[in-house]
Design a protein around this ligand. Structure first.
Ligand SMILES: C[S@@+](CC[C@H](N)C(=O)[O-])C[C@H]1O[C@@H](n2cnc3c(N)ncnc32)[C@H](O)[C@@H]1O
Length: 282
């Protein structure tokens, strides 16, 4: 039984929704990644959300391309010497259990208390492939996150930060101060984000966004500057990969969207674009 009539109760339920797509991918014989925990983590609620949220079970290709690109950027950062991965708003991500990782790698996950304790209840007895720690924190609390970032900066020489599916829920001002707080720490060398164009943001606000908004998880961030938004805050775009282009390369793009390729160069504006960007500190 799913106990609430609201499809999505709060922002943390979006983590169950994303886990649903990883569960679907894992079931495919030609899966691009396998997450053996995703089905359990998504749970009945994750499947319920996907089937009742408007467009909630569509665009599987985009979710899969996003996961694939984050995996690729994380693997590359580790190859290049990152010794701490900080996954902010990690939700139900299981990369520390499913990726090939050095046993010495430190990995810190941060999220809100309810989702962290739910995740612990499922993964508590499983063995991660690296040195994993989970921290509960409201990342919109500026002073609290500054204290956490300062502590993490002391713990490694090369830190890669991930925010997958987080920034879209913040306003531009909140994202700007978040970016500045990360850039304040010398060992925070790279940051992997996902980003929507203003055009894509509008589409998402009109569709799935309505119900999410009622649950306090409105879609807000899709800057007209594109990845250059981050430059004034100390972050330089180093590699930008569109989800549709990636899905096409992986033979996963829907035929009806192929006319949107090739993607426009520069800032995508009203073009419906979503991508994953690797930012490097300036
Ligand atoms: C769409 S989910 C993405 C989860 C995960 N990164 C993934 O891709 O599977 C968004 C996550 O952001 C977390 N979140 C949202 N606002 C937050 C905040 N202020 N502090 C900490 N976590 C937050 C939610 O709890 C949720 O786990």
């Amino acid at each position: 039984m799913v106990e609430s009539s609201l499809t999505v109760r709060d922002i943390s339920d979006t983590a169950r929704w994303v886990a649903y797509f990883r569960a679907l991918e894992t079931r495919r014989p030609d899966a691009l990644f396998r997450d053996p925990f995703a089905e359990r983590l998504a749970g009945e609620r994750g499947f319920h959300i996907a089937s009742t949220l408007r467009d909630g079970n569509k665009h599987e290709w985009a979710w899969v391309a996003r996961t694939y690109l984050f995996d690729k950027f994380v693997a590359r950062a580790i190859e290049e010497g990152a010794n701490l991965v900080v996954n902010l708003a990690a939700g139900l991500d299981a990369r520390p259990y499913r990726m090939e990782l050095p046993g010495t790698l430190q990995w810190v996950e941060v999220d809100l208390p309810e989702i962290v304790s739910y995740k612990e209840s499922i993964l508590g007895n499983e063995k991660p492939r690296c040195r994993l720690e989970r921290i509960t924190l409201d990342l919109s609390d500026g002073p609290a996150r500054q204290r956490l970032f300062a502590q993490l900066d002391q713990r490694a020489t090369k830190v890669v930060v991930l925010t997958e599916g987080l920034l879209i829920y913040f306003t531009s001002e909140q994202v700007g101060s978040f970016a500045r707080d990360l850039a304040a720490h010398a060992h925070f060398q790279s940051w992997v984000i996902d980003l929507a164009s203003p055009g894509q943001l509008k589409v998402m606000q009109r569709t799935t966004g309505r119900q999410l908004s009622e649950a306090g998880a409105a879609f807000k961030f899709g800057p007209p500057e594109g990845p250059s938004f981050f430059v004034p805050y100390g972050w330089e775009p180093k590699d930008i990969q569109g989800l549709l282009k990636t899905a096409a390369q992986l033979n996963r793009a829907p035929v009806e969207l192929m006319s949107l390729l090739p993607e426009p160069k520069g800032t995508p504006g009203n073009f419906p674009w979503t991508g994953v960007c690797l930012l490097g500190r300036q």
